[in-house]
Design a protein around this ligand. Structure first.
Ligand code: SAH
Length: 276
């Protein structure tokens, strides 16, 4: 079985739309954690077997258990089973394009002030990691994506993560946002593409006054160019931030920062549209 670093199909799950405790069931994709904290994503199937060098666990023994249960393999090794979190799914989901990482996705929800029912114009859509995060937070998302294969992949990822019903709040169009937009009005514009400043003019008539435009850019030069365009277009409260997340190793007296961290992903640049 493949460890968490490989790509796996997350499988259907409406786990994110319902919080009620319910037993683990056939067809769900679960996270198995072995005694050494190694992670495996496994889709539960009647008659299936989870085989590792620490023994075998029959899927039928897992079906019906509760989230967070611990089971023993035939050789006595213990495994805990969980419904994966959104972050775990995102890190594992099949990708066409590079996804925005969970460390940035959470802050994006706050910086763009995403609220249930808000209408977001998102471009490019890529693999749909940001899309899924927005839809799960209650937004209704219209995505513009250049590549049809990415658009299809994103729809599939969103449906796999959130359930088919989520597609009622998610629509992806294959088009180039630099050439203009045809949505009526939107509350937020979220961008992850090479030249976000080119979109500021395109959304001038559709982003509501007081609305937020936010872009994720790997380079600070892109952030600076967008900032300049936003300021020149009358946006106020323009900010650029980067999110640094450093894990700590905590084991008895050995308490110190992790030696390694993901030092750089991208910058978040945003501002509020303001009537002059
Ligand atoms: N935020 C996404 C990843 C986006 S990757 C995620 O979290 O999964 C950037 C995407 O922008 C690519 O899929 C690329 O095809 C798309 N793109 C680039 N320029 C574009 C444009 N002008 N209009 C629409 N999409 C564009």
């Amino acid at each position: 079985m493949s460890p968490l670093s490989s790509q796996a199909e997350p499988g259907e799950g409406s786990a994110f739309l319902t919080q009620k405790p319910r037993p683990l069931s056939e067809g769900e994709t679960l996270l198995f954690l072995d005694s050494k904290d190694r992670r495996y994503l496994i889709k539960l199937q009647h008659g299936g077997k989870f085989q590792t060098h620490n023994g075998v666990i029959a899927h039928d023994d897992v079906i019906g258990q509760s989230d967070g249960s611990t089971l023993k393999s035939n050789t006595g090794s213990s495994f805990s089973v969980y419904r994966p979190t959104m972050s775990e799914f995102i890190l594992k989901m099949p990708r066409g394009a590079q996804v925005i990482y969970p460390k940035d996705l959470g802050p994006i929800l706050m910086a763009a002030d995403i609220f249930p029912g808000c209408h977001v114009l998102e471009s490019g859509v890529g693999s749909g990691a940001l899309s899924a995060t927005l839809v799960r937070a209650g937004a209704s998302v219209t995505g513009y994506e250049l590549r049809e294969d990415f658009a299809n992949r994103a729809r599939k990822n969103v449906a796999n993560l959130l359930g088919e019903a989520a597609l009622q709040s998610y629509c992806v169009e294959v088009r180039d946002i630099y050439e203009g937009v045809s949505v009526k009005t939107v509350d937020r514009v979220l961008l992850d593409l090479p030249e976000p400043w080119r979109v500021v003019e395109q959304v001038q008539d559709v982003l509501v006054s007081g609305g937020i435009l936010l872009a994720y850019t790997p380079s600070i030069l892109q952030a600076a160019q967008l900032n300049e365009r936003l300021v020149n277009s009358g946006y106020r409260m323009c900010e650029t931030v980067e999110i640094l997340q450093r894990g700590w190793h905590i084991k008895a007296q050995a308490v110190r920062p992790d030696h390694r961290m993901v030092a750089h992903t991208g910058f978040l640049t945003y501002g509020r549209k303001t009537e002059s």
